[in-house]
Write a protein that binds this ligand. Sequence first.
Ligand code: SAM
Length: 241
Amino acid sequence: MQGTFYVVGVGPGDPGLMTLKAARILEKCDVWFAPSAFEHGESMALNIVSGEVSQKGKKILTHHFPMKPVHRDKEPDPEVNGAWQKAAKIIVDCLKAGSDVAFPTLGDPAIYSTGFYVWETLQKSGADIKVKIIPGVSAIGATSAAAELPLCLGDERLIVIPATFENGQMREVLAHSDTVVFMKVHKVMDKLVKLLDELGLVDNAVLVERTSLGDQKIWKNIRDTVGKDIHYFSTLLVRKQ
Ligand SMILES: C[S@@+](CC[C@H](N)C(=O)[O-])C[C@H]1O[C@@H](n2cnc3c(N)ncnc32)[C@H](O)[C@@H]1O
């Protein structure tokens, strides 16, 4: 019988934030197909899982997905698309051979996750396969918890956005929401501090680096981040109230 493909959200880093359901699915799957951001590099998602579920008897396949921007209104970069296609083919082969395959992904699969791109590639391929998405704790919620700041209360509006200065959206977003969550901020913190300062919002911002991990760092004064090497696992919360 053909196996099932599971995209499993494994939380933001602390294995204790992985759900019981995620752990059970990973335990039952014989193949773990783990994404890695760097060629021959380690998989953060796999590291999180390994803190909670034994790898014994599992076939572990690590697959490199290049970290290049994806614009939903444009064709994906050929290298990125190639990685999705290759992943989809390997997964389909495993499923056809009767294995259940788990794709552990950082945080929640619904938020900027490679897991959903692979899911989409499988859908478009027309392959007749069973797929299940298992939600996880996103870095968004974990950052809010670490900063002890709610995301939205009452009738407030929340916007989540990758911190890209490419299309000039950030000012507009800041003007039209009560809370903004900026992800992928690590390379643009200096620019973000400047923009927020200009808008009088710099004191409403908190940056959390490596949320939920042992070396988590909370920057309550984001001016202190200027000129610093900020980790890729960093999320910035701007709350107007
Ligand atoms: C490709 S997105 C993945 C988001 C993930 N699917 C989620 O639900 O959290 C990567 C971005 O998530 C955020 N992120 C992931 N893990 C984090 C952590 N432990 N602490 C802070 N931010 C994190 C950062 O903004 C990072 O640039």
